[in-house]
Design a protein around this ligand. Structure first.
Ligand code: B4P
Length: 191
């Protein structure tokens, strides 16, 4: 198995690059943002709870997100590997992922961190808000709160994986193809 985490602040290109990565490497894509939005669309109790939190730009509780990840991994036991997009976002989530993988003698093989500065993130997300229909992209204060939440709770995840090794930083500014080329080089050198 090859298990990859694509990491970065909101708007750094995780969702965008994930599409290219799964097409090239055949990994099972797990985006916690997409899973949560699917729950919201289906109007489940979990979705109703998540909607209120996501509209404020905050993180959904760890136990909810870890439960969703566990479900998708269990349904995909024969996967060649997983691409985790937008997960883990806290150290508790990172520890839980390590435990889930360890059950099947697997581990995180590579952690790719996309580097994009805050002004560019703000510009991209507000721009996406014009067409995406996503409430959390439309309001500048909410977008800023998401970036603050990332700085407060999520940057520690990068430190957690740096201690374990297999971390690659990729500049997330430039053309989508150029960035994907650099991510591919990082993956190829760790397979
Ligand atoms: P996510 O769905 O993960 O959303 P995101 O971080 O905003 O998006 P992403 O980073 O994938 O967007 P992309 O850059 O591709 O999370 C949404 C919310 O869900 C969170 O705020 C939180 O509330 C909740 N949540 C999700 N996971 C959670 C977890 N594990 N724990 C707790 N809560 C969780 O795209 C951004 C824009 O940039 C696009 O318009 C794209 O076209 C553009 N773009 C991409 N690459 C570009 C480039 N190179 N140049 C120019 N523009 C580019």
């Amino acid at each position: 198995m090859f298990n990859l985490i694509l990491f970065g602040p909101p708007g750094s290109g995780k969702g965008t690059q994930s599409e290219n990565i799964i097409a090239k490497y055949g990994l099972v894509h797990i985006s916690t943002g997409d899973l949560l939005r699917a729950q919201i669309s289906a109007g489940t109790p979990l979705g109703l709870e998540a909607k209120l939190i996501m509209e404020k730009g905050e993180l959904v509780p760890d136990n909810v997100v870890i439960g969703m990840i566990n479900d998708v991994m269990s349904y995909n036991k024969d996967a060649k590997g997983f691409l985790f997009d937008g997960f883990p976002r806290t150290v508790a989530q990172a520890e839980a992922l390590d435990e889930l993988l360890a059950y099947s003698n697997e581990k995180v093989n590579l952690f790719v961190s996309l580097k994009v500065e805050e002004n560019e993130l703000l510009k991209r997300l507000l721009n996406r808000g014009l067409t995406s229909g996503r409430a959390d992209d439309r309001n500048e204060d909410v977008v800023k709160d998401r970036i603050k939440e990332y700085n407060k709770k999520t940057t520690a995840v990068a430190e957690y994986y740096k201690k374990k090794g297999a971390v690659e930083e990729v500049v997330g500014v430039g053309s989508i193809e150029e960035i994907f080329g650099n991510i591919s080089k990082a993956i190829d050198s760790h397979q």
